[in-house]
Design a protein around this ligand. Structure first.
Ligand code: SF4
Length: 233
């Protein structure tokens, strides 16, 4: 199967793509040196993950374990922050060092974790999964259901169009997002050279308006999946 894989996608690419498909396009196709601020943030994020992974190990989770699966000719590969398999079910934890939004979790975080769940199910390791997004101040859990699976597959399709076929994707604009974007001027220049908005369907345009994903109800989470840890928010 591996030799026939034409494309490769990682969950962290999916995270970047959902955050802003256009920014992912620039990061993938343009080389750039990280600013000092970004390097410091990266370092602090790694430190946060190292500290948290110790707690996960004590609670019986596998940490940074490689997961691989094939969807048609696409290879999905990544390392989940924390992972627990119990019989036919899995729990995937995705950690973010920032604070949680007011309601639910960011779509980019949920879909990144959903890709791990999809990968585990496609690889035959389990038949169902729950995902948990752990922020610095609280956590939210989700059943990996048909809706999340459909969104995850759609993101993968669009990401491949951008990564391997060079299609220019949707600019997911937002005041905070664009102000701190290192590609802002390139993005504005690119817009001027493109067709009038609406004339072409840009990959990732359906993500507009999907900022936050509310967690599942406790009832939805209750069926025969690994027990949730006691500190879950
Ligand atoms: S400027 Fe805004 S829309 Fe353009 S790439 Fe950056 S974040 Fe995306």
């Amino acid at each position: 199967m591996e030799s026939s894989a034409k494309y490769k996608v990682t969950p962290s690419e999916v995270h970047k793509f959902v955050y802003c498909p256009r920014q992912y396009f620039f990061e993938h196709h343009l080389s750039r040196t990280m600013s000092l601020r970004e390097q410091v943030r990266l370092f602090l994020g790694k430190l946060f993950h190292i500290i948290k992974s110790l707690t996960s190990k004590m609670r019986g989770y596998s940490v940074e374990e490689k997961v691989v699966a094939f969807v048609g000719n696409i290879k999905i590969v990544g390392r989940a922050d924390a992972l627990k398999l119990e019989g036919e079910a899995a729990e995937v934890i995705e950690r973010k060092s920032g604070k949680a939004p007011r309601k639910g979790a960011w779509a980019s975080d949920v879909l990144q974790a959903a890709i791990y769940a999809l990968t585990l199910i496609r690889s035959g390791s389990v038949s169902k999964a729950r995902i948990k997004i752990e922020y610095r101040n609280k956590a939210h859990s989700y059943v990996f259901n048909e809706d999340l699976a459909a969104m995850a597959l759609r993101v993968i399709d669009d990401l491949i169009l951008v990564k391997y076929h060079g299609l220019v994707p949707y600019p997911r604009r937002g005041p905070r997002r664009c102000t701190k974007c290192p590609f802002r001027s390139a993005c504005e220049e690119l817009d001027k050279s493109l067709e009038a908005p609406g004339e072409v369907l840009e990959p990732g345009s359906w993500l507009e308006g999907i900022g936050l994903i509310p967690p599942n109800s406790p009832e939805a989470l209750g069926h025969s999946l690994p027990r949730q840890s006691s500190h879950e928010g």
